[in-house]
Design a protein around this ligand. Sequence first.
Ligand SMILES: Nc1ncnc2c1ncn2[C@@H]1O[C@H](COP(=O)(O)OP(=O)(O)OP(=O)(O)O)[C@@H](O)[C@H]1O
Ligand code: SF4
Ligand SMILES: [Mg+2]
Length: 320
Amino acid sequence: MDKLLEVENLTKVFALGSVLSKLRITAVDNISFFIKPAEIFALAGESGCGKSTTARIILGFEHATAGTITHSGKKEAKNERVWFTEGIQAIFQDPFGTFNPLRPVERYFFETLRNYKLASSPAEAVRRIDAKLHAVGLSYEDLAGKYPSEFSGGQLQRISIARALLTDPQLIVADEPVSMVDASLRMSIVNLFKTLRDELGVSVLYITHDLATAYYVCDRIAIMFRGDIVEMGTVEEVLMNPRHPYTQLLRASIPEADTAHRWQGEIRLADTEQDEYLRQGCRFAGRCPHAMEICRSTPPPTVQVEGVQVRCYLYSEPFS
Ligand SMILES: Nc1ncnc2c1ncn2[C@@H]1O[C@H](COP(=O)(O)OP(=O)(O)OP(=O)(O)O)[C@@H](O)[C@H]1O
Ligand code: SF4
Ligand SMILES: [Mg+2]
C-alpha cells in the first residue's frame, strides 16, 4: 500500500511553567499513523489533545522529542528539514491572521511564485494564479488590487487554499480550517478538499473538533485524547460505530471549537486536562463510565477490532 506520509512513534514533551519546573506533559505520546496519496485523513479530538502539535511537527515548525516522519519514502533526519516540507503546504485556522491587512492579497501569490521560481514572466504568473483560484471557485479578477478586509472569512480561506496550491503540493495540512468561518459556509470549504483530492490527487490532513464535517469529508480518521490516538479507522466505522468510550462520548456531545480555551503563549492547563495528561493508566479513566481497576494503573494496549484500531481494555483479552 502506498503511503504519502508516515508518522511513527511520534512524541513531544513540553516543560510546563518556569525553566526550573520539573513538570512535563507528553502532549503527543508515541503516536503512529499514515496518510495515503489522494486521501483525506482527519485528526480529531477536543481542545488540547495534541492535534496542532502533531501538525506543527509534520510542517517542520516544531522538533519532535522522539519518533520519525517519512514523507514520500524519505525519512526525516535530524537537522535536515529542507526537503522535508517539500510538497507539503499548510492552511491555518484564522484566514485574517494569514494575510497582512495592509498588503494586497495578490502580492502573496506573486511572492510564492517568485520564491519557488514558478513563473518566467508576469503574464505566466497571472495565468498560474488564475488557474489556482479557479480550482477554489474564484478568479484573478476577483482578487486583483484588493486587500484582506475586502473579503469575507470564507473567501479568504478559499484564497489561502489557492495560494497553497500554487506549488502543486501532494499534502495540505489544514489545522481547523473552518472553525472561524461562518457556519453556513463551512461545508462549501470542506467540499473543496474533496474536489482537490478527486481532481488533483492532493491528500489532506484535516484537523478538527467538528465530527460532522470530518464525517462528510474524510476517508479515515484518528481520534486523539490527551496525546494518544485512542481510535483509528475508516470514518464510517469510527463515527458510525464508535468503539472507544471517548469516541462514543464525542459522538454524543459533538463539541464546538472553543477558541477562548486555546493555548496562547502561557500555559494554564485546566486541572482536569493536566491531571489527564499526567495520569498513569488510561488517560480517559477519570471520565470513562466503564473504567476498571487496571485502567487506573496501566495504560491499555492498542488492539485491532474489525479493521479499527482501538486503545481500550474493553477490547483486549481477558476483558473483551
Ligand atoms: N509550546 C508549548 N509549550 C508548552 N505546552 C504546550 C505548547 N504547545 C502546546 N502545549 C500543550 O500541549 C497540549 C496539546 O496542545 P495542542 O495545541 O497540540 O492541542 P490541540 O489539540 O491542537 O488543541 P486545540 O483544539 O485547542 O487547538 C496542550 O495541553 C497544550 O497546552
Ligand atoms: S481503557 Fe478503561 S478507562 Fe480507558 S477507555 Fe477503556 S474502559 Fe475506559
Ligand atoms: Mg490546535
